[in-house]
Design a binder for this molecule. Structure first.
Ligand code: ATP
Ligand code: LTN
Length: 336
């Protein structure tokens, strides 16, 4: 009999065009994990509503993101791929978890503080509650592993705390999830300001490489990347800009930091930047082409989403029924 594999859950928000940071920190790793775990990959559309979205754009980005998942190698035969809002249990479990969450623990989240600053005209309850919805995503499937970038570590910690708190307050119900954070590339920085993470919602387009960028754009953006005046290609914590480029190159070339330092000894930043750009382009341009092929077949994408929803909802409904029972909500039984 086939051995039962541990459940894995992860998601990306359709809040913009994904960048290479989302690819490196998340989607790229998902593909390899499909053979080891029972994987569930979601599109976190409800999360995006915590900042202002243009409705038509959000709908289009949802399609683009599912096309990108498939183009990167997420296989709907192996994994469950679905859109968060298609399974109402996520919002329902969020309510239950809210009743065991303290406002203080949400107010101190780095992402909440950053986004409240960046969207000062729209500091809403959803923005604060974001980690609870994320905890619901994970706990609803009893996921034991959650691959994410470093920026999500704090949120994962809340998911673990809520699982433990719930289990202690009521009865053992949830698995306590563990994060998988990649060794290299968990924290890709902005090309324009290496003190801040690369983010798809950065207003400065030169700060990120989008998964839609063509080869010329990729080269132009890397050429402009902020480095330092030292001009030695190496991973060095005190030189964030060049270290970021070395990390990116390492991921796309498969070479270690030591190999890269040796290869580029005596080579200037200008030449190195072109090499990085070429390595990135040779991976993401073909992905982009495949993504466009999927996008041209909306009926297929809709079919994948509907099948994914059905599979996800089956698992989620079972879990939510257990949660409702364990907290004491009454369920009537149909006798005839
Ligand atoms: P936004 O800018 O809209 O907040 P984002 O670019 O931070 O979005 P998310 O959708 O929040 O992206 O994240 C999707 C996945 O990508 C998560 O697993 C996250 O940890 C990872 N990720 C995001 N930014 C980075 C980064 N700079 N380096 C590595 N991984 C990242
Ligand atoms: N908040 C995540 C996206 C996300 C997620 C999740 C990741 C929503 N729900 C559940 C892992 C597990 C982010 O990357 N910004």
């Amino acid at each position: 009999m086939e051995e039962k594999r541990a459940r894995l859950f992860s998601a990306v928000q359709p809040s913009g065009i994904p960048t290479i940071a989302n690819y490196i920190g998340a989607i790229k790793n998902w593909v390899d994990l499909q053979d080891k775990y029972e994987c569930i990959y979601s599109i976190a559309d409800l999360h995006t509503l915590t900042v202002k979205q243009v409705p038509a754009t959000l709908r289009q980005r949802t399609l683009e993101l599912i096309a990108l998942y498939l183009a990167c190698g997420v296989d709907p035969e192996k994994s469950t791929v679905f859109v968060q809002s298609h399974v109402p249990c996520h919002a329902e479990l969020t309510w239950i978890l809210n009743t065991i969450t303290y406002p203080g623990e949400l107010a101190r989240m780095t992402q909440y503080k950053d986004k409240s600053r960046n969207h000062a005209d729209n500091v809403n309850m959803g923005l604060m509650d974001y980690p609870v919805l994320m905890a619901a995503d994970i706990l609803l499937y009893n996921a034991e592993v959650v691959p994410v970038g470093k920026d999500q570590k704090q949120h994962l910690e809340i998911a673990r705390d809520l699982a433990e708190r719930f289990n202690n307050r009521y009865s053992p119900t949830f698995a306590v999830p563990e994060g998988i954070i990649p060794k290299v590339g968990a924290n890709i920085m902005s090309l324009q300001d290496p003190a801040h993470k690369m983010s798809k919602s950065d207003p400065n387009e030169n700060a990120f490489i989008s998964m839609n960028d063509d080869r010329d754009t990729i080269i132009r953006k890397f050429k402009r990347a902020v480095t330092d005046s030292e001009s030695r290609v190496a991973f060095d914590e005190n030189r964030a800009g060049i270290s970021n480029l070395v990390s990116i190159y390492s991921v796309f070339s498969g070479k270690t930091f030591a190999e890269i330092e040796k290869q580029f000894e005596g080579v200037g930043y200008g030449e190195f930047k072109i090499e990085v750009a070429e390595a990135v382009a040779s991976t993401i341009c073909p992905i982009n082409e495949r993504k466009n092929e999927y996008l041209a077949n909306k009926a297929y994408l809709d079919k994948i989403m509907i099948e994914g929803k059905e599979r996800a909802e089956y698992m989620a409904r079972k879990m939510l029924a257990k949660v409702y029972k364990n907290v004491g909500l009454y369920t009537p039984e149909r006798k005839s």
